[in-house]
Design a protein around this ligand. Structure first.
Ligand code: CTP
Ligand code: MG
Length: 183
């Protein structure tokens, strides 16, 4: 396997998590009935538990987006492109598990990071590098390992790749004016 194929397989594996992580930003103006904060505005040790930027809209759109992407991966699983891109042993007939676990893991991993940001006094939306770039990957890898564990070399590779990809995406979203913060 070439290095390029290895990198592409890592990205393809985590596509449902990447899209789930982007979903809250993409759907930010939609589903207003889900716009309430997941922590219900409550505090812990005098700090917001998660903060106002972690909404039920993010949770729901993230999980549904993760499932949608995994379903597309299931539909195209027999193409030669999908064979090239799929990690050995990953079976997309489990698309519902894969999509749900990567999607929910991404959103919950990100929410867990927000909890620590709030506790150390970082305001919602302010950067906390490199955790903003890796929180959702750690969450989605933890959740997906219930049905598929890709090996530690892949875990290490996707963490590094995700930092690069996420920073690029956030800058792009800032440039498109759908994100207020560059990082
Ligand atoms: N978002 C959301 N619900 C979530 C996660 C994200 O509605 N569960 C939306 C919010 O509008 C948020 C944006 O997506 O501002 C970007 O998310 P992210 O960068 O993860 O959060 P931050 O704004 O940086 O907030 P925090 O400091 O809590 O990480
Ligand atoms: Mg975050």
């Amino acid at each position: 396997m070439s290095a390029i194929q290895f990198i592409l397989q890592c990205i393809y594996f985590l596509l449902p998590a990447y899209f789930a992580n982007m979903a809250p930003v993409i759907f930010r103006k939609w589903f207003s009935f889900l716009a309430g904060p997941m922590d219900m505005g409550k505090t812990f040790r005098g700090k917001p538990i998660l903060g106002k930027n972690k909404t039920f809209r993010g949770l729901v759109t993230g999980i549904l987006t993760g499932i949608g992407i995994a379903f597309i991966q299931y539909l195209i699983r027999n193409t030669s492109m999908a064979h090239y891109l799929t990690l050995p042993g990953l079976d997309y007939s489990l698309w519902l598990h894969i999509g749900f676990l990567l999607g929910a893991g991404a959103i919950i991993g990100d929410a867990a990071e927000s909890f620590f940001k709030r506790q150390i006094g970082i305001k919602p939306g302010k950067p906390f590098i490199p955790f903003d770039q890796t929180d959702f990957v750690i969450g989605s890898l933890a959740f997906i390992s219930l049905v598929y564990f890709p090996g530690w070399h892949i875990v290490a590779a996707v963490l590094i790749l995700s930092i690069i990809l996420h920073i690029s995406f956030n800058h792009f979203a800032f440039w498109l004016r759908i994100r207020d913060e560059k990082w």
